[in-house]
Write a new protein. Structure first.
Lengths: 72, 639
């Protein structure tokens, strides 16, 4: 499944790059893109684990930028 | 500015005013006399500078503290905190001058830079989204004679919608009533309005200018042109350019290396007895100030984003930064002739029947044989044949791709096509000396004559080729299914470097593959087609450019770059914009890295102090962002 999410309060470009890197490493994720310019996260990931993956991605985002929220 | 940014700004201004006040006060007031000792005066200054420092940077310190808890050591907040706290802590080294002012200043200017970044990025984000503000808000649907405003998403295909002057057309469809003019500028960059009348196809996203029109919708909103364009532009940021990936990879190593170097510089030389601790620790702290690669990490994607946004203003849709990057390296442009360099509307220029055959009879049979074909040639044949076409008279029409058609017309087997088709069926065809596409007609195995059709070259085609050559494109190649002499004549007229003629659709792929094999290592090949029948070639080329894409799904799907208009001059504009963007990207990379490395070297040898470092760091970020925002400005490429 492929889905885009808006990222709220993504303020640091370097963090966006780090998030992208870490999210792409989650088990079941085929492709993850975090765009600082469009403030969007695009996930291509396993259908069965999709919700867990988004939860995991949220934890990763908060690790790099505590205010950053994935809007879903 | 957002409310968050306004608060931020207010905080910085307060801190700045206090900072300047403290600077003046500590400079002129005889603190030492008042307090009795030099040491007490230093501590008083320490306390005074702490006020603007904390006002400006308490959030940075707080973030840093939280980040330590999460193990994020190479976070910019953390590094900035260490650098500034370190500067304040220099008070503990009695042998050196106090550095509180520097500590507070570093924090202040760091915050100024951050605020500016946030503002600039927000602004360019907004100007790009304004540019793409082509989404219709509502559709006016007619139900049983009553007009009702609904969400465009809810309009079923085949509904009748009413579009008043000044409104945006919400869905693709065909006009059934009313004539008007349409402003297509948001989609194509073309400023001249387009006249439309009943029967015209209209495209969502255009603005209706003069009259009320009633449109029968042909697509649901999700598949309409406007929805597809928006999706395409929004997804463009996903496909990152190699330069972008290089910068993020670089940033990952840059910070740890600089931080490590800072630690070494602060500790090793004084242990080796090369100087005082205070001196080397200060140099190490200066390193930390320039350890954030933010200027690069923000300005590079911002430039690409700006370039893509700017191009879309001119009706050039780029599907990703990577394609913009590839486009800037293009040195070979391969054109499909029909529909790209020529308008694709053919005119019959000559009818040469064999002796004893009536020209109208010949044209009539040819037009009937082509009755079911959508090929431009068929359309022009039918147009030239003034009479009614009776589809009942045509049986068993078969298109033979690249050759022609075979059909049974009035119970006679009619073949219309090129010499290959004639040769295949053993008809004794004759050559023609009129320049154009020759359609031989064979009726019941007898050669009946030929019809010559010529294509009209687009007015700006020739200028485009010379502009491409001026821009440094080494080779312009034209591919066509036409006869060699026709192709050569057109190619010579346009100034093409190479012409490949008499190609079947599948031959075009191999022609492009052959050209690709000959490409220089870093040169890229772009293929320009009209998106009809050339999807495989569009995919095969390094950069596939489809033009005249208004409403053509296949073209939008297959191409990497979509030209909404059908003017070839947009190709040279696209290449110039791509080059312009890449130039800005590289300027920023070289400039930002150059300044940072210079500061690192100067700091290591003890020439650069923290003041210079913070101005260098923030200044570079601000200049790089301002430079990146230039990528958005494409007004000089407008006609």
């Amino acid at each position: 499944m492929r889905k885009s999410f808006k990222l709220q309060d993504l303020d640091c470009a370097n963090c966006a790059a780090k998030m992208e890197d870490a999210i792409a490493k989650i088990d079941g994720v085929d492709k993850a893109t975090v765009s600082f310019m469009t403030q969007k996260l695009t996930l291509v990931a396993d259908d069965s684990r999709f919700n867990d993956i988004v939860d995991e991605a949220q934890r990763i985002c908060a690790k790099y930028e505590p205010d950053c929220v994935i809007l879903r | 500015m957002s409310p968050k940014q306004k608060k931020w700004l207010a905080r910085i201004v307060v801190a700045l005013v206090l900072f300047v006040g403290v600077m003046i006060f500590t400079h002129f007031a005889p603190l030492e006399e008042w307090l009795g000792s030099r040491q007490a005066a230093v501590w008083a200054e320490f306390a005074l500078f702490l006020i603007p420092y904390l006002i400006a940077g308490y959030d940075v310190l707080w973030e840093a503290a939280r980040n330590i808890g999460r193990g994020q050591v190479f976070d910019e907040n953390f590094l900035m905190s260490i650098a500034t706290i370190g500067a304040f802590a220099m008070v503990l080294f009695p042998d050196s001058d106090p550095h509180m002012a520097e500590g507070a200043a570093v924090m202040l200017f760091y915050q100024v830079g951050e605020l500016f970044q946030s503002y600039a990025v927000g602004k360019s984000r907004k100007s790009i989204s304004d540019m793409m503000d082509i989404a219709p808000e509502f559709a006016t649907i007619e139900r049983d004679g009553v007009l009702e405003e609904v969400d465009p998403d809810e309009v079923p295909v085949g509904s009748i919608i009413v579009v008043k002057p000044g409104e945006r057309i919400p869905l693709d469809g065909t006009i059934i009533e009313g004539a008007s003019q349409l402003d297509t500028a948001a989609l194509t960059g073309e400023s001249i309005p387009r006249d439309v009348e009943p029967g015209s196809d209209v495209i969502s996203g255009c603005v209706n200018l003069s009259g009320v029109i009633r449109v029968k919708t042909s697509k649901p909103y999700g598949e309409s042109t406007v929805a597809r364009i928006l999706e395409l532009v929004e997804n463009a940021a996903e496909k990152k350019a190699r330069t972008e990936n290089f910068i993020t990879r670089f940033a990952r190593y840059y910070t740890p290396i600089v931080t490590g170097a800072a630690l070494l510089i602060a500790v090793v030389p004084p242990l080796a007895g090369m100087g005082t601790w205070s001196d080397w620790v200060l140099r190490g702290l200066t390193f930390l100030v320039v350890s954030c690669p933010c200027a690069l990490v923000i300005s590079v994607p911002l430039s690409f984003f700006g370039g893509i946004g700017g191009a879309s203003k001119l009706g050039i849709l780029v599907k990703g930064s990577n394609y913009l990057e590839l486009l800037s390296k293009v040195d070979t442009v391969v054109f499909d002739k029909t529909g790209t360099l020529t308008s694709g509307t053919f005119d019959v220029v000559a009818i040469h029947p064999e002796t004893g055959i009536d020209p109208q009879w010949l044209l009539s049979h040819a037009a009937h044989a082509e009755a079911f074909s959508n090929h431009p040639i068929a359309v022009s044949l039918r147009e030239a044949y003034k009479g009614e076409i009776d589809p009942k008279r045509v049986l068993d029409a078969q298109e033979q791709s690249g050759h022609g058609v075979r059909a049974v017309v009035n119970e006679r087997v009619v073949l219309v096509g090129n010499d290959k088709l004639m040769a295949q069926h053993g008809a004794a065809w004759q050559d023609c000396d009129v320049t154009g596409t020759v359609l031989h007609v064979c009726v019941d195995g007898e050669y009946a004559g030929h019809i010559v059709i010529a294509d009209i070259v687009k007015p700006d085609a020739k200028r485009t080729i010379s502009q491409l050559h001026d821009a440094g494109v080494k080779q312009c190649v034209m591919l066509t299914g036409d006869r060699l002499d026709v192709a050569k004549a057109v190619g010579k007229d346009l100034g093409m470097d190479d012409v490949r003629a008499q190609l079947l659709p599948q031959d075009k792929v191999s022609a492009v593959e052959e050209l690709l094999a000959k490409q220089a290592e870093d040169g890229k090949l772009a293929f320009v087609g009209d998106g009809i029948n050339d999807a495989p070639v569009l995919t095969r080329a390094d950069v596939g450019i489809a033009m005249g894409a208004m409403g053509s799904d296949a073209a939008i799907e297959a191409a990497d770059i979509v030209l909404m208009d059908d003017k070839p001059s947009n190709i040279s504009k696209a290449i110039l914009i791509a080059r312009h963007t890449m130039r800005i990207v590289w300027q920023n990379i070289v400039f930002a890295l150059g300044v940072k490395i210079a500061i690192l070297i100067l700091a290591a040898v003890g020439i650069a102090n923290m003041w210079l470092a913070v101005f260098g760091d923030v200044g570079v970020a601000v200049l790089a962002i301002l430079n990146a925002m230039r990528a958005m400005n494409v007004s000089k490429y407008r006609d």
